[in-house]
Write a protein that binds this ligand. Sequence first.
Ligand code: CTP
Length: 409
Amino acid sequence: MSLPQRILLGVSGGIAAYKACELTRLLVKSGCEVRVAMTPAATEFVTPLTFQALSGRPVHTTLLDESAEAGMGHIELARWAEAVLVAPASADFMARLAHGLADDLLATLCLATETPLFLAPAMNRVMWANPATQANRALLETRGMTLLGPAEGDQACGETGAGRMLEPAEIVAALRERHAAGPLAGVRLTLTAGPTREPIDPVRVLSNRSSGRMGFAVAAAARAAGAEVTLIAGPVALPTPAGVNRIDVETAADMHRAVLERLPATDLFIAAAAVADYRPAETSAHKMKKSADTLELALVRTPDILAEVSAHDPRPFCVGFAAETDDLLDNARSKLAGKGLDMIAANRVGPTLGIEQSDNALEVLWHDGARSLPRAPKEQLARDLVALIAERYRTLHPIKEDTTLHAQD
Ligand code: CTP
């Protein structure tokens, strides 16, 4: 496993800030480009000049610094980073991060970045054990941040217990191991996308106008978030996203079969397909010839794949979609409850949004919450939706943390 190439190292105020100097040296020695951002409290422990010498770059300390903003501004810095590592992460810094504060440069950078965030906590053992800190830790992990440590051992305050920062070499090793592991790392995702096609005869079908673009964008975003993705696609003209396992199907019955086959190896199911609700009761083996002025086709219901997966025991975490022209929220709420889903993403279908359009907007609902994802290109929207799904999924399936090391002096 390799290290991220561009690391933004955040240093918050604590005695362990002195260890961040060695950490900077090790990262630079490993070939990483390191830019350091310090909180005002951190500068009381170590001077920015020390980090500047070790990283070979100017150190960022204040949000409202004209010359720094003229160089690499804070938003640019947040975008530049391939990973953000805050070491040490003090109790105060974790609390501010948990509440989304942007009251200094480092907190603002953490809020403004879309890259993975790693925290190496360092604090007195009682502060670490405090329910407030533990609640903040849980919240940060739920949001996909990765905690490296803390370790147990002798502390600068003279006490012994959990709360001391991992040694710099241990942080580098843990970062190497965890890099590329997004919030859905190891999660087996099965996703349906596109329309289905129900044959009337050898040349005619019943179908709908779904392009599959939203589902494919969700597959790509989930892969980027670390999931192992199987995409069960109806007939669409779209390339397979990198790293995604694709199974092509034609009819609702094919899709149903493919999904059930994957079910034992599915932790998360996202039904983005516009499955035909009805199929012709009979498929003619021969091309039907026109004769009468009107033609009646008998249709029968197709299986509701999503409802069936959701009712399965054991069941994966289930996310549905609802495309509606009217009463968006009411219809979505009743599908959420009716199909027993964990989440539903509802979109309005209109001339400039949704089906066959490049933009979309979503109302995402779950049993005790909701979030609006405003109009955006489907790719951007898919990333936001996957982040939200990961957040909800992790409240039920938190990432197991086994990096609490027992360090000795
Ligand atoms: N779905 C499914 N199998 C079906 C029909 C729908 O898996 N046979 C899934 C879709 O992929 C979507 C969700 O169920 O995630 C909602 O589908 P939708 O067609 O909008 O709702 P329906 O429950 O079919 O209700 P209606 O068509 O009456 O709006």
